[in-house]
Design a protein. Sequence first.
Length: 143
Amino acid sequence: MPCLASLVLFIGLQVFLSATFTGRAIMAVAQDQLALRLVACSPTRIKRIAFAISIATTSIAGALLIIIQPVEPSIGRDYIGRVFAICVLGGLGSLPGMLIGAMLVGIVESLTSTFYGPSWAPAVAFGFLLITLALRPAGLLGR
């Protein structure tokens, strides 16, 4: 269930960012705010919309995480490093790259915890991060 819901959320976010004016404006606001103003769009409004979308997706991710893991105050500490590594691995601003990076990290962490024990699994994400930064600083699908 959580995997299917996250896949639907990913596809919906990808379609929204690539097919709508607001989605393209969200992608453009990070690159050139002056050009965004020239097409009569407020960068402040677009940033607020992007922030609202990020809060919504984070809320959905938290709700899906509660299904598979108990809630405790330090729950975010386990995931923040992996999420950062996945974002850099896939390429900042590239949703398909982040999906590929997340799949790679998940599969390799699973194999690592199977063969070497679960204590080595978090090191895999940071190992991928270091290798990616050394070989391809823009990420897997970054420009």
